[in-house]
Design a protein around this ligand. Sequence first.
Ligand code: MRU
Length: 362
Amino acid sequence: MKIDGTPYRSIWVDETDGWSVRIIDQTKLPWSVDLVRLTTLEEMAHAIKAMLVRGAPLIGASAAYGVALAMRVNASNAALAQALEVLGATRPTAINLRWALKRVAALLQTLEPSARADAAYAEAAKICDEDVAVNEAIGRNGLVLIEEIAKAKKRVNVLTHCNAGWIATVDWGTALAPIYKAHDAGLEVHVWVEETRPRNQGASLTAWELGKHGVPHTVIADNAGGHFMQHGQVDLVIVGTDRVTRQGDVCNKIGTYLKALSARDNKVPFWVALPSSTIDWTIRDGLSDIPIEERSASEVTTMTGRALDGSIATVRIVPTSSPAANPAFDVTPARLVTGLITERGLCEATESALTGMFGDLA
Ligand code: MRU
């Protein structure tokens, strides 16, 4: 997608040196677009852990490039094992991390060390290209849901939570891909963007990228979503996901479950957009089997933004003596999910539908 008219992906190999990896530092958005150059395994691991890059598909692609950066320096079996371990420990919930590392490892383990660096770069590039194609297909498949609503009313209101747009992937996004397709097709689509406390991925990232693409949107407090649903102002919810189990339970950014409950109570369709690399075929019960990342309490006790004098400031919003808890994800049971938007089509959130559509992967 474009930033001020220039097309970007969220990750790429530096054109001048041909080996270092460029990313957009998402911790600086929306205040500045910093294109950070990563040169080592450690720098990539830090970028994932500290959320300079984030979003399940982008975390996977970044990890693949992290292996390539490591192999460039030392491609021994021990170095490969070390790279997989370091990257695998960066974030626990998004399954795409494990998926990408497994895929790169399976390839490199069959090769002599001398061939590993080139192969790792090529595989990382392939993962990126596939991600773009897959998300584009998600966009096309999800577009029909918006088109259907647009037959009956002029403006379609979609609510989304967190950021599952192009910067959470390599390009297009998952939840936002159908929205970009609808907007580009000339449909009048408006997005309710939930701020998504505590890290505000909605307010700072989704709002930023929708704005850059010219998609009409309104940022709302997370607590306002149910209210807009009760008042008939949400036609459709589309969210992304960090892991879907084989029975269709959906793990996504904290707060998603509450939106699914409100959507069910108000008969608003609740759709989840995902690439098949986000399905964890090894587990069924999302509530008991998905590790939920617990992040720093400081994400809850403080907020960062632009002060009126233009500087970027972090302020504390909780009494200094009050502790805070910060689970980063929650699980929405499959029964609350209207359906899944995948690269192969729309799919019920059930084991039989998922294995029917993805029998070759399950
Ligand atoms: O913690 P984050 O920002 O990496 O969270 C991941 C997400 O962006 C969301 O949970 C998203 O909805 C799914 S990833 C496309």
